[in-house]
Design a binder for this molecule. Structure first.
Ligand code: 5GP
Length: 244
């Protein structure tokens, strides 16, 4: 596999073409952004940690029969993935009220939801990723009904797999965001699964172990991501390449 020209740069990742047209290379950056890019910083090693955390989650989900874009890890910051035609709909799964749900509906943070909530947002920073429903999705021809059904099925299955898996590591999966794309006529789980895209709370202390630490200027962001990785990998202190 040969890394070729640059294809696209997002807020946290860069995508490169490879010599194989059906595969692309994802490079995880150390850049951290919040509030649609208004708040920015560089957090050393965040890219390395998110590459490893995403690889861990994708591999786990593949073992449970979920079709993900992940193929293999190439380096400390790079993974090889299937090239997807991205569906510009963010799928959000919620177990506990937090963030925009609490703000929008006045449900106090930490309230356990009686039923898992699925939400959809249009992936558009300029519009601040507005929440949309099935009618908008079909009216804008973003996805077909059968594709939505598959995305919803997979999102709920991912939740069913990750909640007990993380509980066992003393982590509460509060909520998370998924993105999907099309590959060879199939719906495939793409993007990343990391503390940038999930809310993780320590089961004992309730302490935040995710991007909310950055959003809310709490400090200790990279340390929290490293602790999530340590719990997933079961080691003492996960070595991060390039770290002295
Ligand atoms: P909220 O809607 O409460 O801000 O986010 C719900 C969950 O989805 C959180 O875990 C959050 O990290 C994730 N999420 C929603 N939208 C985005 C987004 O545009 N970027 C990232 N990185 N995560 C998002």
């Amino acid at each position: 596999m040969q890394k070729k020209d640059f294809l696209y740069e997002g807020k946290a990742k860069i995508i490169y073409r490879t010599d194989d047209p059906v595969h692309v290379l994802v490079e995880f950056k150390d850049d951290a952004t919040a509030f649609d890019g208004v708040k920015k910083d560089r957090l050393e090693d965040k890219g390395v940690l998110n590459n490893r955390l995403s690889a861990h989650f994708f591999s786990l989900l593949e073992q449970h029969g979920i079709n993900t874009h992940y193929i293999k890890t190439i380096s400390d910051r790079e993974m090889l993935v299937k090239s997807l035609e991205i569906i510009p709909v963010e799928v959000i799964v919620r177990n506990i009220a937090a963030g925009s749900l609490s703000k929008r509906l006045g449900i106090p943070e930490k309230t356990e939801l009686k039923k898992t909530v699925l939400e959809f947002s249009l992936k558009d920073d300029e519009l601040h990723d507005p929440m949309i429903n099935h009618y908008h999705i079909y009216a804008m021809d973003l996805a077909k009904p059968e594709e939505m059904a598959e995305m919803e099925r997979v999102a709920l299955k991912v939740n069913e797999i990750l909640v007990p898996y993380l509980k066992d590591k003393n982590i509460v999966l509060v909520d998370f965001k998924l993105e999907f794309g099309r590959h060879n006529g199939e719906i495939v789980l793409g993007d990343e699964i990391s503390p940038d895209t999930c809310r993780f709370w320590d089961s004992s202390s309730g302490e935040k172990m995710d991007k909310d630490r950055f959003r809310r200027d709490m400090g200790g962001v990279v340390e929290a991501y490293r602790e999530v990785l340590r719990r997933l990998e079961g080691g003492e202190n996960p070595a991060v390449e390039g770290e002295s």
